[in-house]
Design a protein around this ligand. Sequence first.
Ligand code: PMV
Length: 325
Amino acid sequence: MKATAVSPSNIAFIKYWGKKDTQLRLPANGSISMNLSGLTTTTTVEFNASLKTDECTIDDVKIEKEQKRVSEHLDRIRSLAHISTYAKVVSRNNFPSSTGLSSSASGFAALTVAAVNATGLSLPEKELSILARQGSGSACRSIPDGFVKWTDGNTNESSYAFSIAPSSYWNIVDIVAITNSGKKDIPTSEGMKLAETSPFYQTRLTGMDKKLESCALAIKNRDFTTFGTLIELEALNMHAVMMTSNPPLLYLSPHTLSIIREIQHIRGKGIEAYVTMNTGQDVHILCLPEHSNEISKIIQSLPCCTETIMNHPSCGAHCISNHLF
Ligand code: PMV
């Protein structure tokens, strides 16, 4: 009754911002992402009849605020497996959590795969993605391989992620520039509740299907210029909705903006690189492998950048045999 899974985080190129069903975490629109090789969560789950409650640690710290959400997720899996046993959960991130680097995506994907396997169940990828989505929306995209699309769907069974190209299909690089490892002020799920208060939210949704189509096509054609231009605009479009919500959400810091400006400058010199940002100050810089070392060096030399993490497209969440306890 013990299993361990490792899951990548993922970066959304076309982003999920706003829900059509909060309970089921059905997104207002579809999204497209890539799994990240350098940002992973490893989680061991053991269902143990001697436990009186679920016991969970993340990076050696017993969780408190997040415990309810984790136990509710374990309940979904217990209910499928027809068991009521409590679980010991030990989870480790190889990157700072809750700074906007999507630790909830890798965290809930790893928890889903480890817990399902610890019950002895064997579920198809689609069912694992549906389960992971209910823990944290973006986690459903960390289950399949490589480049992934999450369909919005109107029911629990129709909203899940699937691979649109394997990780080996296109070797692009995502350099994460970390500007500050402090925790973000407003958690993503709180911020997302405000999406509809922006006067630009509905306009954003109107253009989504076309954007999803263009992004999938640019990936299919390995057309980096079309892809990069599209994803940078998309990230700023989402942040425009965030900034014009009521109350406004400013996830970008002066450090974030300095890095975005630097990338625009580098681009002006003929080196192709594009940015995307989530609900944190850190910047994801997308480039081709031949430029990654040079760009990383330039960004690391900026006083506002504390660290860079280099990512390639990665496989999805899977079980491993080395347990954490
Ligand atoms: O699934 P959550 O609650 O981690 O929300 C993810 C929201 C964004 O990172 C901003 C966008 C996305 O699609 O990943």
